[in-house]
Design a protein around this ligand. Structure first.
Ligand code: SF4
Length: 120
């Protein structure tokens, strides 16, 4: 299959065309990148796309009803929906500081779910 990927590594936004089989993890050709960083980005995006998951959790014991959270590292894109469902179930109690770990090894990804905001 062929996939056009916009490199988001720098503001230039090169459009990189990748041909290969993402299921098998093989790449036959890759063109359109203007530097090595784009090559790495496009290869990862083609074979195993990942994203930082950002959202909000419910709170108790404070005035703010929600607090921002994110994963400490990118997680597989196919787990984003399951991640949102898990986050909906979470309620945190004040106080929480930025960077506090709320869930270790979130969805078995190795990344933690951490506070991106704080509540008192
Ligand atoms: S390929 Fe290189 S120059 Fe092009 S957007 Fe990516 S990082 Fe920037």
């Amino acid at each position: 299959m062929e996939k056009k990927i916009i490199c988001i590594t720098c503001p230039k936004g090169c459009v990189i065309t990748v041909n290969g089989d993402p299921e098998k993890g093989t790449i036959d050709s890759l063109e359109g990148n203007e530097c090595r960083r784009g090559d790495t980005y496009a290869r990862n995006e083609f074979i195993h796309p990942v994203r930082i998951l950002t959202s909000s959790v419910k709170t108790e014991g404070c005035a703010a009803p929600l607090m921002a959270v994110r994963t400490s590292a990118p997680i597989p894109k196919e787990l984003l929906f399951a991640g949102m469902e898990e986050i909906k179930k979470i309620t945190v109690k004040a106080p929480v500081a930025v960077g506090d770990v709320l869930v270790e090894n979130f969805l078995g990804t190795g990344a933690n779910l951490v506070a991106a905001g704080s509540i008192e």
